[in-house]
Write a protein that binds this ligand. Structure first.
Ligand code: GLU
Length: 298
């Protein structure tokens, strides 16, 4: 068994909110309960979406809650060469192709195929630029897509149980590098989980839908598959998941035990202590007992 390495990987698009603390706390507890290491990664690959100062604020919020990483955080904004070399390995293996389709092109291709466009959700790429073999159909500067194999891909989630997704059918060949030169979340997260030697991914359930895509990429890049645990989401008053996009309030960590108790509640833990270190030590024991007894999270 490789030694446990976990991580928390916030995007600095704003401060942490109550929902992000649930994922941070769960990943920290799981690492500590396994006697493992816990790493941080600032997912600032999509620089235009990042908010100045958010990175420092997130680190401060985590520190206020006693969630200290075992190494200095990895910054995605500094890792373009690594993403490019992974992309080039996939190009050499014939697993990618350039694509010049705009979003509008994809929408009208789907319309011509009689496929209804989902109201929220993903546009399934119909493969317009995918060459059958050999020469790409376009050499125009554009995005790079991964050739996705067809068929259901099964994977296991420690909380949600057995999962499966046919990535070709539900997503299509997805983008690794955008036309504006930005490497995508999918590529960056897989390259970085591989680089940091992550054995256990613990993150919010809103991200579970990305897992099959990430497993496809891990396989293409010859990287090991971590174990996955997707944690319950915190819902706002409108019943939608709390997110920076729908205006979730910044987490107030001036009273860290209040914030930690709220996050623990979502994870089904009940912890009582007067100081943050005492609280965390008790929470680690509860988490370990819970998983040792084959328990289930909410
Ligand atoms: N950066 C992502 C987010 O903040 C998390 C990525 C991950 O944990 O895989 O939603």
């Amino acid at each position: 068994m490789p030694k446990y390495v976990g991580r928390f990987a916030p995007s600095p698009t704003g401060p942490l909110h109550a929902g992000s603390l649930v994922a941070a706390l769960a990943s920290w507890l799981d690492a500590r309960a396994h006697g493992g290491r816990w790493l941080l990664r600032i997912e600032d690959v999509d620089t235009p979406r990042c908010v100045p100062g958010a990175h420092r604020l997130i680190l401060q919020q985590l520190a206020d809650c006693g969630l200290q990483a075992d190494e200095a955080p990895m910054l995605q904004s500094q890792r373009a060469p690594q993403y490019e070399s992974a992309l080039q390995a996939l190009v050499r293996a014939g697993l990618t192709y350039p694509c010049s389709c705009s979003r509008k092109d994809v929408e009208s291709a789907l319309q011509q195929l009689g496929r209804v466009k989902p109201r929220h959700g993903l546009l399934v790429y119909p493969g317009t630029c995918r060459p059958e073999r050999g020469t790409p159909r376009t050499h125009k500067a554009g995005a790079w897509r991964l050739r996705v194999p067809g068929g259901a891909l099964p994977w296991a989630d420690r909380r949600l149980g057995p999962q499966a997704q046919d990535v070709a059918h539900n997503v299509g060949d997805f983008v690794l590098k955008r036309a504006d030169g930005v490497y995508t979340y999918q590529l960056a997260v897989v390259v970085d989980d591989g680089q940091q030697g992550i054995t256990h991914v613990v993150r919010g359930e809103d991200l579970s839908d990305n897992t099959a895509r990430q497993i496809v990429l891990q396989t293409a890049l010859g990287l090991p598959r971590p174990s996955y645990l997707h944690t319950p989401l915190v819902l706002g008053t409108n019943g939608e998941k709390l997110s920076k996009q729908n205006g979730a309030q910044a987490l107030d960590t001036r009273a860290p035990l209040v914030a930690l108790n709220a996050a623990a509640h979502v994870l089904g833990l009940r912890v009582q202590a007067d100081t943050v270190p005492a609280w965390l030590a008790k929470a680690v024991r509860q988490w370990a007992d819970h998983w040792a007894s084959g328990g289930d999270l909410p």
